[in-house]
Write a protein that binds this ligand. Structure first.
Ligand code: ADP
Length: 489
């Protein structure tokens, strides 16, 4: 209370006229205050303990502090350090009978201005206070210049960053750690038809209607990387989220409408062309079969007819694979459901049994009793299983063996298809998943389009799974598919 009234009193005085005078000696306090400082126009608060001096300086910043060393040297040094760390511009003068040179040096290093030895004559005290005032002014002006320089630099950087963020064509929004908006840039405002105003402090739901976007940003812990968003301007955006330390959540939205359009166009093109190619092929096959029925053909003619039939069959396979891949890539079949992959695998094994029996190949199916469910598209997962088992049957020579396994591992569903066929050289392990890639000797082993594994990989990727092959030439191949379980997807 007393302190506050002192600070109120000095509030209207010149900034460097307030003095805290600290000493345990009432005589010193009284004589310096009454005889020297008050007559010279200073406002003086006398404080008998360091604790009170701490309180007073915690309330307001003093201009000058006169500290007598009669309060204990160690405590006084601690007080000086605290005071000057908080207010480097305070003019601090030490008073005492004497001071060790080492201590004086230490105090000066901390920022004390002067030491006045007893007896405390008027001119000695006022001169020291004058020097403290000068030192304070010098320090203040240096601090002002320095902080001006730093603030100027910071402001310039801030301005540049803001201008940059505002002008980029990608939408950018920043949320603070409490998921409140910090900024929304121009591009994003335009995409979402928002007014030009400062959205700082707004909740996401107050500004954006898009539920997908809200859900994702609200629960994002930095692990989800990219998601597709449809904005009110009719365009599609790929939204990427990242968590930035000490800033919050940053989302950038990149316009992918043209890519999507191109993708659709490509899909449409493949579909149309493939459909259009299928009808003449059916006609060719029909007429070729009619030739045989129309009358006797000689051996050579029969062999030519067989070649035409084989070519038509392989072109039909290619078209069917192209149509399949096109459908998967454009996401034509998006119905996802909870399913047990074992049902699909059992069906597929059944279907491939006939061809396997012809080649005297054994198919062994091994599955754990309690398998976790997965979320997926039945038609597409059937394609994955069919392609892998189909390839195994196709590439494994007579009397071979195929092992199909299903099990749960680290909360994921693992599906293996292993065979003891020709195997694949290590250099081709990655490439066989590319479109139209067939291993070097593949044509000697079996017919194919080189699209099967590309379709498989595209589907597995869409199901957020992984696929790879382990294979040793001459020994066999194992294809492994790992899918997230329904609980994890
Ligand atoms: P396709 O079988 O139509 O050639 P895929 O995309 O299904 O095309 O397979 C790509 C290539 O991978 C094949 O050409 C073949 O060389 C190799 N391959 C696939 N499965 C096996 C397998 N089980 N054993 C040996 N090679 C295989």
């Amino acid at each position: 209370m007393i302190l506050s009234s002192f600070w109120r009193k000095v509030a209207n005085m010149a900034n460097d006229k307030s003095i805290l005078l600290v000493s345990s000696e009432p005589k010193i306090l009284k004589s310096l205050q009454k005889k020297i400082l008050l007559p010279a126009g200073y406002a003086v608060l006398t404080l008998p303990t360091l604790e009170e001096a701490r309180q007073a300086s915690a309330e307001e910043e003093p201009a000058i502090v006169l500290l007598s060393l009669d309060l204990g040297v160690d405590d006084s040094m601690a007080f000086i350090e605290e005071l000057l760390l908080t207010y480097p511009q305070v003019g601090l003068v030490l008073l005492g009978d004497s001071i060790e040179p080492g201590l004086l040096l230490q105090a000066m290093r901390m920022g004390a201005v002067d030491f006045v030895a007893a007896p405390f004559g008027k001119s000695k005290i006022l001169e020291a206070v004058g020097r403290a005032v000068q030192a304070r002014k010098a320090m203040q002006s240096w601090l002002k210049k320095e902080s001006g320089r730093l603030t100027g630099k910071l402001n310039r950087r801030l301005y540049e960053m803001e201008a940059l963020l505002k002008q980029v064509n990608d939408g950018v929004l920043v949320l603070d750690e409490n998921k409140k908006l910090v900024m929304v840039n121009r591009a994003l405002r335009e995409s979402f038809g928002l007014d030009e105003k400062d959205y700082q402090g707004y909740a996401l739901s107050e500004v954006f209607d898009n539920q997908d976007m809200q859900d994702l940003l609200m629960r994002s812990d930095g692990s989800i990387e990219r998601v597709e968003i449809e904005a009110p301007d009719g365009k599609s955006y790929s939204m990427q989220i990242s968590i930035v330390d000490n800033v919050g959540t940053v989302a950038s939205l990149h316009d992918i409408s043209s890519l999507k359009a191109l993708d659709r166009l490509k899909g449409d093109f493949v579909n149309t062309v493939s459909h259009d190619l299928r009808s003449p092929l059916t006609a060719i096959l029909g007429y070729v079969e009619l030739i045989e029925r129309a009358g006797e053909v000689n051996k050579q003619q029969a062999s030519f007819i067989q070649r035409v039939k084989d070519s038509v069959a392989s072109t039909t396979r290619l078209i069917n694979d192209l149509l399949n891949l096109g459908r998967v890539e454009v996401g034509a079949e998006n119905d996802m459901e909870r399913l047990n992959l074992l049902d699909i695998v059992e069906d597929s094994v059944d279907v491939h049994k006939t061809r396997a029996d012809e080649k005297k190949i054994k198919i062994l199916l091994q599955a754990e009793k309690k398998l976790p469910m997965v979320v997926g598209n039945v038609t597409q997962l059937r394609q994955v299983v069919d392609n892998l088992i189909g390839n195994a049957v196709k590439y494994t020579p007579e009397a071979g063996e195929i092992r199909v396994m299903l099990r749960e591992q680290t909360k994921q569903l693992v599906f293996y298809v292993g065979d003891n066929g020709p195997g694949i050289p290590p250099a081709e392990h990655q490439r066989i998943f590319e479109k139209f890639y067939r291993a070097k000797d593949a044509h000697k082993q079996a017919q194919g389009t080189g699209l099967g594994l590309a379709i498989v990989k595209t589907i597995v990727d869409k199901h957020k799974g992984r696929i790879w092959v382990d294979s040793t030439p001459g020994k066999g191949s194992v294809f492994t598919v790992v899918l997230p379980t329904a609980e994890d997807s």
